[in-house]
Design a protein around this ligand. Structure first.
Ligand code: ATP
Ligand code: MG
Length: 262
């Protein structure tokens, strides 16, 4: 059985259907990239996968259990949210934030087991931030905070890693570091990854599946099924090319105002 199954699922909020008829699976070796314009429903889909939002229609399963039912494994999805607000006055260190990833796995008032303390240190090492463990989280740069949140999501360890725009707002060098952590975790820990992003190009080598969410429409499948100029141009309502260069392929949004060939 796949890790996650969505069968003809509608997602959204009370009286507001955001996307309908979503059908896909996430297998153990998948690296699923979800992308599409602002407001298309990517975060709504993430929250439905996590069981935070109830699906409006259709069948949904995580690790073999209906998402809406009791599922002991539901907490085993490591989640990096799109927005993580931390009160700047709250003196939580990076270590405090990382270790908090195990709280949902503890019984009420249970002391943190040594195993999780060691895991927090190992995860900090994985994301290259061991030296910053005692730094107040609010004092870290945006890229460091994102890597810290990945270390937090890796507590458990999770059975699936779900990241909502983990590289938004970080500089190019930090983006490369964050991407490396995600791809290496997928490969070495053999965890399936669901990654929501506006920049799909860095993931073409590793991604096994894509979901392109548009307004009231979506495309799901392999690179060849989804990363097509006609599909992308329709969803983004602008001219989009798929370019091959030096053995690599990437999406290029054409600036119609400056492109003499347009
Ligand atoms: N809590 C909410 N209640 C009602 N509607 C919401 C809520 N959160 C989001 N929406 C609406 O659902 C739609 C999808 O929003 P969502 O946040 O899933 O988009 P997104 O694809 O993640 O966008 P972005 O790329 O900007 O992050 C939008 O029209 C949004 O206004
Ligand atoms: Mg979003």
């Amino acid at each position: 059985m796949p890790e996650i199954v969505f069968d003809k699922v509608s997602i959204g909020y009370h009286g507001n259907v955001v996307a309908e008829d979503l059908t896909f699976t996430l297998e153990i070796d998948d690296f699923l990239v979800i992308f599409g314009p602002n407001g298309a429903g990517k975060t709504t889909l993430a929250k439905t996968i996590l069981g935070i939002l109830r699906p409006l229609k259709g069948e949904t399963y995580v690790f073999g259990c209906p998402i809406t039912g009791v599922c002991p494994h539901k907490k085993m999805i490591g989640y990096v949210p799109q927005i993580y607000n931390i009160d700047r006055g709250f003196p939580a260190t990076l270590y405090d934030v990382v270790i908090s990833g195990c709280y949902p796995l503890l019984k009420p008032l249970q002391e943190i087991p040594q195993m999780f303390k060691e895991q927090a240190m190992a995860n900090l090492k994985t994301v290259g931030l061991l030296d910053f463990k005692d730094t107040p989280f609010a004092h870290l740069s945006g890229g460091q905070q994102k890597r810290g949140l990945i270390a937090r999501a890796l507590m458990g360890p999770p059975k699936v890693l779900l990241l909502d725009e983990p590289t938004s707002g970080v500089d190019m060098a930090s983006e490369i570091q964050v991407n490396e952590v995600i791809v290496n975790t997928h490969k070495t820990a053999q965890i399936p990854v669901i990654l929501i992003t506006h920049d799909v190009n860095p993931y073409f080598k590793v991604a096994t599946k894509f979901i392109l969410m548009g307004y009231g429409t979506y495309f799901i499948g392999s690179f060849d099924e989804v990363i097509r100029p006609e599909v992308l141009s329709e969803v983004y309502q602008t001219k989009v090319d798929v370019v091959s260069k030096g053995g690599l392929r990437f999406i290029n949004v054409r600036d119609v105002h400056h492109d003499r060939n347009a």
